[in-house]
Design a protein around this ligand. Structure first.
Ligand SMILES: [Fe+2]
Ligand SMILES: [Fe+2]
Length: 353
């Protein structure tokens, strides 16, 4: 039988599409615009979670739910454009975790990579891989994939921090594994400050341990005092990036690369009155305002932010940052999916014409 293509009527087509459903197949040509647009149109909504709204809810959560009940008392930052997915951008998750005085978040490990950026605390700790790391405001603590970790608050005030994870990616790939430790805390085998002395002392590194790429940084603690000092020192003599101001990456000292296989972490300082030039990139980001007041323009959306707010940036959206203060610097912490996109060859960026 000879087959030739004809122009079917709309009615014929609709009935054909209907018929296809029983076989679990569907035409590609009716979905082309969704599947293969000229360029990405992210479903992620540029959005700010203001600290003035979120903090009271985090405290309320700690009044209503115990850490033993919750395991982790976290409020998920749900992107309004992602239809209820546990996701802040397509690949990244942000959460606000609260630990009350005397509480311990029990030891566990999991395949998702996690970071903690401390918002409010008088001390307390995260224990990871056998060492206890302090958690003071502005500190960054990593808990790389499959590393045992627990958190404890031995102070008199609540500790609140931003959790950053690659959960949306891990869940999409269906590769989430989770292990509970038999005790509330895992054994401490290192004395305090070991990791920082080994891997965070300028470029000094121990000779008796093998320098190999474990995928994640062997340094798991980046104290705010040093981070801030580096930025302020550099700002005296450097102009920084046109698009990001003084933007520095937290790196893995063993490789010079990103801190974890799926997440890169950055800190940036916008000088008083600084306004960056607009650009866009395929990577998405979650930002946290360490200090300062300003806004970020994402396309036509103006995201106003101030100290301790968290906001997100979709991939491939033009954006520029503005420090609205004429006297004080602004500091933004951010984490991105750069390592994933780099590994897959999907990095692309563009300056706004
Ligand atoms: Fe965890
Ligand atoms: Fe950017």
């Amino acid at each position: 039988m000879e087959i030739s293509s004809k122009q079917a009527t709309e009615e014929e087509l609709q009935s054909y599409y209907k018929e296809l459903e029983q076989y679990n197949v569907a035409p590609l040509w009716t979905a082309m615009a969704d599947i293969q647009g000229k360029e990405p149109a992210s479903k992620v909504t540029p959005y700010v979670w203001p600290w003035k709204d979120i903090r009271p809810q985090a405290i309320r959560a700690s009044e209503l739910v115990g850490t033993e009940q919750a395991e982790r008392r976290v409020l998920r930052l749900m992107n309004p454009g992602l239809g209820g997915r546990t996701a802040t951008t397509q690949t990244l998750f942000g959460g606000i975790q609260t630990v009350l005085p005397g509480e311990i978040s029990p030891a566990h490990r999991h395949t998702p990579a996690a970071l903690r950026f401390i918002i409010e605390s008088d001390g307390g700790y995260t224990a990871v891989g056998g060492e206890r790391f302090p958690m003071l405001p502005g500190d960054l603590v990593l808990t790389p994939p499959w590393a045992w970790h627990d958190h404890g608050n031995d102070t008199k005030n609540p500790m609140i921090w931003l959790d950053g994870l690659d959960l949306p990616l891990v869940n999409f790939l269906e590769i989430s594994f989770h292990d509970q430790y038999s005790e509330p805390t895992h054994p401490i085998t290192e004395s305090p400050g070991t990791s920082l002395a080994k891997y965070g002392s300028m470029a000094l590194q121990p000779t008796w341990t093998e320098r190999k790429d474990e995928g994640s940084s062997p340094l798991m603690y980046y104290p705010w005092s040093r981070t801030r000092e580096a930025l302020e020192r550099l700002a005296m003599g450097e102009d920084g990036s046109l698009y990001d101001g003084m933007l520095m990456e937290y790196t893995n000292p063993a490789t010079g690369g990103h801190v974890m296989p799926t997440i890169a972490c950055f800190i940036q300082m916008l000088r008083p009155g600084e306004r960056t030039k607009s650009h866009r990139h395929t990577t998405s980001a979650v930002y946290h305002v360490v200090e300062g007041k300003g806004h970020t323009l994402v396309g036509d959306t103006k995201l106003d932010w101030e100290s301790k707010d968290t906001f997100c940036l979709p991939g491939w959206a033009f954006h520029e940052h503005v420090n609205e203060s004429s006297t004080e610097p602004a500091f933004l912490f951010s984490y991105t999916d750069t390592p994933i996109l780099e590994a897959l060859g999907f990095m692309r960026d563009e300056v706004k014409p």
